[in-house]
Design a protein around this ligand. Structure first.
Ligand SMILES: *Cc1c(COP(=O)(O)O)cnc(C)c1O
Ligand code: SF4
Length: 333
C-alpha cells in the first residue's frame, strides 16, 4: 500500500533566504560557517519538502550540507574552475550538447528546484539564452535532420521547472521526430519537490507515446520520505523507468554504510542505482572533495557488500570524453 500524500493543491514554497531556514533549524550562522559571499556567488534555493527532511539542530545534517553556502566555498583552490567539463566547447550551438554518441542533450531551462552547492553548472553562463523558446525549436530542427540521434536528454537546470504546458509543447515536437526512440529526463523534482508530479503532469506523460526514462539525483537515503513514495508510485504507474545518480560528497555520503543504505532504500522504491559520480571540480565545491584513496576504499567495500544490481557505477566525467569513464585512482600502484 502506498500511503496517502499530504494535502492537495498546496502551492510550492521555497526557502530563498538561508537565514530563515537556519532559524527553522535552530542553528546560528556561526555554527554552520555560513557565508553571504558564497550565497551571492550562487543563490540559495531550497524547497519546503526538502527542508522538512533536514534534522533540527544538527549542523552536520547531510541534507543541510548539500545546500548551505559556507565560507570554504570562497577559498580559491588549484584545479577547481568555472566550467570543469569544458562544456562550452561541446555546445554545438546554445543549449544543445552533442558530446555523447546517439544522444543529444538539450538544456531547456536555467532554473532548478533546488540549488546544490556542488553543482558543476553553478557558474554556467545561462545568459547564452540557449534555453529560450525559439532556440529550443532550432535545436530540435537540427536533431530532426540527424537520424543518428535516437535519444533526447532533457537537462538544464531541471526540465521540470518548465510549466506543464511548455513541456507538453516540447513533448509534441520531440514525438514528431521519427528517429527519437527515447526521452530521458534528468530531474530532482520528484524527490525535492514531489508536489510537482501533479495530475496535469501525469496526464501529459500518459498522453505521449515516447518512452520516458527519468534519472533522479538522490545522494542520501534521508532525502526519501513518504511524500516521495507517492510521487514515485505515480511515475511507475505510467511505465516510466527510474534510475538514480549520486555524487560522492565529503560529509554527505562518503562512507560505506550511508551508500549501502541509499541503494537499499532506492530499490525499495523501485529506483535503480545507476551512477555514483566523483565530484566535478567546480569552483566553490572543494570542501566536498573525497580523496582518491578514500574513493577506492569506499567503493571496494561497497562492491563487497552489495549485490551487483544495487552497485552504482563509479564514474568520472572528463572534458572531451565521449562518455563518463570508470573511475581509476592515480594513487599508488
Ligand atoms: C552522464 C550524463 C548524461 C549521459 O549519460 P549516459 O547515461 O552515460 O548516457 C546525460 N546527462 C547528464 C546530465 C549526465 O550527467
Ligand atoms: S542542475 Fe542538478 S545538481 Fe545542479 S543545482 Fe540543479 S538540481 Fe542541483
Amino acid at each position: 500500500m502506498i500511503p496517502r500524500n499530504k494535502p492537495r493543491n498546496q502551492t510550492r514554497t521555497y526557502f530563498t533566504n538561508p537565514l530563515t531556514l537556519l532559524d527553522k533549524l535552530h542553528l546560528s550562522t556561526e555554527q554552520v560557517n555560513f557565508s553571504k559571499q558564497a550565497c551571492d556567488d550562487f543563490h540559495f534555493k531550497v524547497p519546503q519538502a526538502y527542508a522538512d527532511k533536514i534534522r533540527i539542530g544538527d549542523k552536520d545534517d547531510p541534507l543541510l550540507k548539500q545546500i548551505l553556502p559556507i565560507i570554504n566555498e570562497t577559498h580559491a583552490q588549484v584545479g577547481f574552475s568555472d566550467d570543469p567539463l569544458e562544456e562550452a566547447k561541446s555546445l554545438s550551438q546554445p543549449g544543445l550538447l552533442r558530446k555523447y554518441h546517439a544522444r543529444a542533450l538539450l538544456l531547456v531551462t536555467p532554473s532548478c528546484a533546488i540549488n546544490c552547492r556542488y553543482c558543476f553548472r553553478r557558474h554556467y553562463p545561462y545568459e547564452d539564452k540557449g534555453h529560450l523558446g525559439e532556440q529550443i525549436k532550432k535545436n530540435l530542427q537540427l536533431i530532426a535532420r540527424d537520424s543518428s540521434i535516437s535519444e533526447i536528454i532533457l537537462s538544464g537546470g531541471d526540465p521540470l521547472s518548465l510549466s506543464n504546458s511548455k513541456l507538453a509543447e516540447l513533448f509534441t515536437l520531440i514525438a514528431a521526430i521519427p528517429h527519437i526512440k527515447r526521452l530521458r529526463i534528468h530531474t530532482r523534482f520528484p524527490i525535492v519537490e514531489p508536489t510537482r508530479i501533479n495530475p496535469k503532469f501525469i496526464k501529459l506523460i500518459s498522453n505521449t507515446h515516447l518512452q520516458i526514462i527519468m534519472v533522479l539525483h538522490i545522494n542520501h537515503a534521508q532525502e526519501l520520505g513518504l511524500d516521495n513514495q507517492a510521487s514515485i508510485a505515480k511515475l511507475h504507474q505510467q511505465g516510466i523507468t527510474l534510475f538514480n545518480q549520486s555524487v560522492l560528497l565529503k560529509g554527505v555520503n562518503d562512507n560505506v554504510d550511508t551508500l549501502v543504505e541509499l541503494s537499499e532504500q532506492l530499490i525499495q522504491y523501485q529506483i535503480i542505482p545507476y551512477y555514483l559520480h566523483t565530484l566535478d571540480k567546480v569552483r566553490g565545491s572543494q570542501h566536498f572533495c573525497v580523496s582518491e584513496t578514500e574513493i577506492e576504499t569506499i567503493y571496494q567495500a561497497l562492491r563487497n557488500t552489495l549485490p551487483g544490481y544495487l552497485l552504482p557505477r563509479l564514474v568520472t566525467e572528463l572534458p572531451g570524453e565521449k562518455s563518463k569513464i570508470p573511475f581509476v585512482s592515480k594513487v599508488g600502484k
